[in-house]
Design a protein around this ligand. Structure first.
Ligand code: SAM
Length: 229
């Protein structure tokens, strides 16, 4: 992918998450009662993934500052701010950042949080921990590797991320997902072979400490925690 295509891809993602995708994902992330079967399994899987990530991060010593890269509606940012971490929430979609700010206000954790609207790759600050959940699943290999490298440069201690692992069964399931009525469709998910992730982290100077597969209906991700080596 050449840089013009990557920039177009990011613009498309921003437009999607700031437009028709906003309501769809805000509903999935709000544990709404009336979700379709497909969306309900995505919500349940996402909830399970965040619970593991929450545990792993709070288990990690010497972490004060956290970057939630691609914060969406702020579920993880606010949970971490509630634990007392100083959290920066960034998203390319202004609507997602507003929603996160609103959620932080309602949860009385606004004083522990900072908010940035923009592309993760333009961020130059450093944080003890960087979390990037269900963001890289939207990127094909070249920008995926560049993003992992950029996230690794931002963190001094630990990086937690998810990606959609490639396997033939999931590729088939993904195709079935494409046959559901338009309303129920997932956004396009890019499956990434494990070797790409392992190599991208190693070249960025990080070693994988632990990983967990989370599979629920139409939600399939691998959660990885890596440490700066
Ligand atoms: N991380 C959140 C969670 O798990 O609850 C939200 C996940 S949502 C599926 C993906 C989010 O990534 C969207 O809000 C989107 O706008 C954001 N995003 C995608 N590419 C981004 C980029 N390059 N910089 C910042 N945000 C990005």
């Amino acid at each position: 992918m050449i840089s013009k295509e990557i920039s177009q891809h990011k613009t498309n993602l921003k437009n999607y998450f700031d437009g028709e995708g906003f309501d769809r994902w805000a509903a999935i992330y709000s544990d709404a009662e009336n979700l379709s079967f497909v969306r309900k399994t995505i919500a349940q899987g996402h909830h399970q993934m965040l619970a593991i990530a929450h545990q792993w991060l709070t288990d990690t010593s010497d972490v004060d500052t956290v970057l939630d890269a691609g914060c969406g509606t702020g579920l993880f940012s606010v949970a971490m701010a509630n634990q007392g971490y100083a959290v920066t929430a960034i998203d390319i979609s202004p609507k997602m950042v507003s929603k996160t700010r609103q959620y932080a206000e309602q949860s009385n954790v606004i004083d522990n949080m900072g908010f940035v609207v923009g592309d993760i790759e333009n961020l130059q600050m450093h944080y003890d921990a960087v979390a990037c959940f269900d963001v890289l699943v939207h990127y094909p290999p070249d920008p995926f590797i560049a993003l992992v490298n950029h996230l690794a440069q931002r963190c001094s201690k630990t990086l937690l991320l998810t990606y959609a692992p490639y396997n033939r069964f999931l590729a088939g399931l993904h195709r079935i997902g494409g046959w559901f009525p338009q309303d129920n469709r997932r956004t396009e998910i890019q499956m990434t072979p494990d070797t790409i992730v392992v190599n991208a982290l190693a070249s960025a100077g990080m070693r994988i400490h632990r990983s967990a597969s989370v599979s629920r209906g139409f939600y399939h991700v691998k959660l990885v925690q890596a440490f700066a080596s």
